[in-house]
Design a protein around this ligand. Sequence first.
Ligand SMILES: [Zn+2]
Length: 165
Amino acid sequence: MFPSGCVTGRDGSKKRLPDHEARVCAFDEQPKKPAKGWIWSRRRELLSSARFMHELGLMSEAVRMALEAASAQGAQRVTGIRLRVGTLSGVVPEALQFAFDLVTARTTAEGARLEMERIPAVWRCFACRGEFQTDDPWPRCPACGQTRAELLQGRELEIASIEVM
Ligand SMILES: [Zn+2]
């Protein structure tokens, strides 16, 4: 469920990251406090302060890992970061992008591209063992109507690859 990430150089060479560095897990983190007002008025349709702090913390950690991985390879700059984002990961992609722009400013990843691959939620029914896809966190099996199912994918929030030069 959690494939390792890798670093991709401009020449196409790939290097695996250690498993513990290759993913950012967000599953158990929920904002502790209710939102209090909006922080950037132009984003107010998307982001409350509590909501955004969640994505900011995650992105800050992801960029830190990317910069470390790039520097360990002797790369001058990080030019792109690709994330795998499950539809049930609990993050808002627009908030991730906004956080990315903030946390990469004045680093060697400034101006880098952020790509997000959306991973759909896939479930396996406990009763009939059928697999089905829905982003509903309380799914109902379309084949047998059971409401108990195991989530096979869809919670991912991990670094897939990093482009450096
Ligand atoms: Zn079923």
